[in-house]
Design a protein around this ligand. Structure first.
Ligand code: PLP
Length: 423
């Protein structure tokens, strides 16, 4: 990886200096753990369409799109127009705005399990809110989630995402079971169900490695959750891009509550919880059983941008992105074979996770591909292509076949470097 790393350093001196400076003021160099990687992350100057440009003036095809949230790419003109119009007319006030209602209506129209919605500023806060609702409704405290699932930075969930970082005491409120193993979920619910307020699950594990839950698994978890008197929460912060009605519409299993985020903000900070009024009703002022507020909740800029983002994510565009995902996945697999690299990938629609090993591990944290993934990530940057450090790819609606073939060529060149240096 020495020459891959050396090339990266040679290409990005201004990003290196910016990172050194940032690190002195922001411990770790960035407030976002998932954006960090060695030898230093890029500092990006701007993004446009399917591309970003760094402060050294180098251009990259952006194949991660802010971890799936920029479903229409960077600075999508209809979103820019909606946001700019609103920015010029004020960005927040202690009163209502019509965009909030319109975005909520658009989501309710799309998702069968929604009677109503409430907005937050992040997916993490959506998780907090879902947990608050479940705790209030059930009178219980604990949560059950999939080991290595990701539901944001709330500690109750982080102990499941990164169990190795926490001691046993921190795990007091969180039970863990194995994703796609209904027996395991049923066993935990049978033993501890009386303490569990919510079972929280991604119908497609995003950060965990684009692992799809089977419909049978989700249906059994729903039944066991309800038998235990707990609420089933689907985390569709990422999976919502896979169908207009969310992945829940594809698998035919309705949760009680759904966490949303990312794409529904059109590139601005956002989160939301939607569900039946039986549960959401704890916030009905006529009979309040909970309080939820936030200075920037449902602010008009995010709501106006998010409305465009959701409306423009049509079934046709989702199908097109999915076909592009298949095209790219085929090219990546072919290239890896040609370069003699151990390789496999998980794909669900426009989401891809690459692994430089023969068989996909159950999730990314258990990946054992040595430095190959990290090497590919840097080599891809050297060839002008940005993916997530852990090998995740998320396409956008502004991509076409020509761009995907360009990306495939860059990935091929990156794999050649990896094979030469590390294979
Ligand atoms: C599935 C899932 N849930 C929740 C979150 C947390 O969202 P946010 O980063 O907006 O807090 C993320 C973020 O990556 C996510 O992927």
């Amino acid at each position: 990886m020495n020459s891959i790393r050396a090339t990266y350093k040679k290409n990005t001196p201004k990003s290196a200096a910016a990172h050194r400076r940032a690190h002195a003021a922001v411990i770790g160099g960035n407030s976002r753990g998932a954006a960090n990687h060695g030898p230093h992350p890029l500092t990006i100057e701007y993004g446009e369409g399917a591309r970003v440009v760094d402060i050294d003036g180098r251009e990259y095809l952006d194949l991660i799109n802010n971890y799936t949230s920029l479903v229409h790419g960077h600075a999508y003109p209809p979103i820019v127009e909606a946001a700019q119009r609103q920015v010029g007319r004020g960005t927040a006030w202690v009163a209502n705005n019509v965009w909030q209602t319109e975005l909520a209506e658009a989501l309710i129209e799309r998702v069968d399990s929604f009677d109503s919605v409430r907005f937050t500023n992040s997916g993490t806060e959506a998780g907090m809110l879902a947990l608050q609702i479940a705790r209030t409704v059930t009178g219980r405290t604990n949560v059950l989630m999939a080991r290595f699932g990701y539901h944001g930075s709330l500690m109750e969930f982080e102990v499941g995402s990164f169990p190795m970082l926490f001691d046993d005491h921190a795990q007091d409120r969180t039970y863990l079971a194995t994703f796609n193993d209904a027996d395991d979920f049923e066993a935990v619910l049978a033993e501890h169900g009386a303490e569990i307020a919510a079972v929280v699950i991604e119908p497609v594990m995003g950060g965990g490695g684009v692992v799809s839950a089977t419909p049978e698994f989700l249906a059994r978890v729903r039944d066991a959750t309800h038998a235990a008197g707990a609420l089933l929460v689907f985390d569709e912060v990422i999976a919502f891009r896979l169908a207009t009605g969310g992945t829940q519409a594809l698998v035919g299993v309705e949760p009680d509550l759904t966490m949303l985020g990312k794409l529904i903000g059109g590139g601005f900070p956002v989160g939301a919880v939607g569900g039946k009024n039986e549960y959401m009703g704890i916030f009905d002022p006529a009979n309040p059983r909970g309080f939820h507020s936030g200075t920037y909740n449902a602010n008009p800029v995010t709501m106006a941008a998010g409305l465009v983002s959701v409306r423009e994510l049509t079934a046709e565009r989702i199908d097109r992105m999915d076909a592009l995902g298949e095209r790219l996945a085929d090219s990546l697999t072919r290239s890896a074979g040609q370069h003699g690299l151990p390789f496999c990938l998980n794909r669900r629609g426009s989401l891809i996770q690459v692994f430089f090993q023969e068989q996909a591990p159950p999730n990314t944290i258990l990946s054992r591909d040595g430095d190959l993934s990290a090497g590919f990530h840097l080599a891809a940057l050297n060839h002008g292509m940005m993916i997530a450090g852990r090998g995740m790819i998320a396409l956008s609606t502004v991509m076409d076949e020509e761009l995907i073939d360009d990306a495939a060529q860059r990935a091929d060149a990156a794999m050649e470097d990896v094979a030469r240096e590390m294979g």
